[in-house]
Design a protein around this ligand. Structure first.
Ligand SMILES: [Zn+2]
Length: 60
């Protein structure tokens, strides 16, 4: 493994890592029932996605 000629100081490393942020969880609303759902995911409430039903929710 190559050895850096000049190592970063701890302060420099910490300053770089201070900018790491978790991504916010994006939320959109279902077109069918309006419940909050994640984009590109089948709605957990009614099982609809893109105008089609993918999951049986009323058969239980
Ligand atoms: Zn829905």
């Amino acid at each position: 493994m190559a050895v850096p000629k000049k190592n970063h100081s701890n302060q420099r490393t910490n300053q770089r890592r201070a900018n790491w942020k978790g991504k916010l969880v994006e939320i959109s609303n279902c077109n069918n029932c309006g419940a909050a759902k994640r984009p590109h995911h089948v709605c957990g409430e009614c099982g609809f996605y893109n105008g089609r039903k993918f999951k049986d929710t009323d058969s239980e």
